[in-house]
Design a protein around this ligand. Structure first.
Ligand code: DGL
Length: 280
């Protein structure tokens, strides 16, 4: 089926997931939606996040996507069940794939989850890890400043190192052997996070994210459902949409996507309603 895969995030971090889908499934068309008008989601209430997520899914459905990928941990933690239930378009999230990768990578030690305050409060990763391994010790750390630092492009800045040192301080003296980057922005801070964690722990640590695992799940799902794109001639279309200031996203977006990417379109996901007032 040649319909596109819809991918959305609160902002541009989800491009790390879209890029992994693109690499794994080069025949598939993708429509990416970044809700840049309302980012960040990670400090908002669950009810607001669910409302925003519904706007985004409705927009992607209007683009006739065959599958929606929630490329945002914050939304996956709170809204996946509600968005997936009873809908006509299947919806996949990022938490379970991330938990699976972490359990596979770990050598039996404690797993640390780094995420937005809302993701951490939801306990969604801890629950997903315990579904795989009920006895596994999990620690969670909310890292609210990481998202704005990444959006600012300060991925290797001294300030970011200091912030990482502060957030990751509680890892010292623990049995942590694996860290989940539980926010789609954090893969851009992998180096800083890995260095800081290893210094604090005094040994090496696995640092994993869900992007590649999500791409694998998407491939398996499309195959099972008979929804794979037919053999084509040339590159399938990729659309990049944002809800605000498309002219301001270029540099940051390129860092997430990792290669040349087309122009961003400005789109309205609110259908005339007030931003944040949203309609289901
Ligand atoms: N990219 C979002 C996530 O994966 C976090 C950004 C935000 O706070 O909106 O959780």
């Amino acid at each position: 089926m040649s319909a596109p895969i819809g991918v959305f995030d609160s902002g541009l971090g989800g491009l790390t997931v879209a890029a992994a889908i693109r690499a794994a499934l080069p025949r598939e068309a993708i429509v990416y939606l970044g809700d840049t008008a309302r980012v960040p989601y990670g400090t908002r209430s669950p009810a607001t996040i669910v409302r925003y997520a519904r706007n985004n899914v409705a927009f992607l459905k209007r683009q006739d996507v065959k599958l929606v990928v929630i490329a945002c941990n914050t939304v996956s933690a709170h809204a996946l069940g509600g968005l997936a239930d009873g809908g006509d378009v299947p919806v996949l999230g990022v938490i379970r794939p991330g938990a699976r990768v972490a359990v596979e990578a770990s050598r039996g030690g404690t797993i640390a989850v780094l995420g937005t305050p809302v993701t951490v409060r939801s306990g969604a990763y801890e629950q997903a890890i315990h579904e795989l391994d009920p006895n596994r010790e999990v620690v969670q750390i909310a890292c609210p400043l990481f998202v704005p630092l990444v959006e600012e492009g300060w991925t290797a800045h001294e300030v970011t190192r200091l912030v990482a040192q502060e957030y990751l301080g509680p890892l010292a003296g623990t049995r942590v052997d694996t860290i989940i980057l539980g926010c789609t922005h954090y893969p851009l801070l992998r180096e800083v996070i890995t260095e800081t964690a290893q210094r604090l722990l005094g040994r090496s640590v696995e640092v994993v994210d869900s992007a590649t695992a999500v791409a694998r799940d998407v491939a398996a799902f499309l195959q099972r459902a008979g929804l794979e794109a037919p053999e084509g001639d040339g590159s399938p279309p990729q659309r990049f949409c944002v809800t605000d200031a498309p002219d301001r996203v270029g540099d940051v977006a390129r860092r997430f996507w990792g290669e040349q990417l087309g122009a961003f379109e400005h789109v309205d996901v609110f259908m005339g309603g007030p931003p944040g007032g949203g309609q289901a």
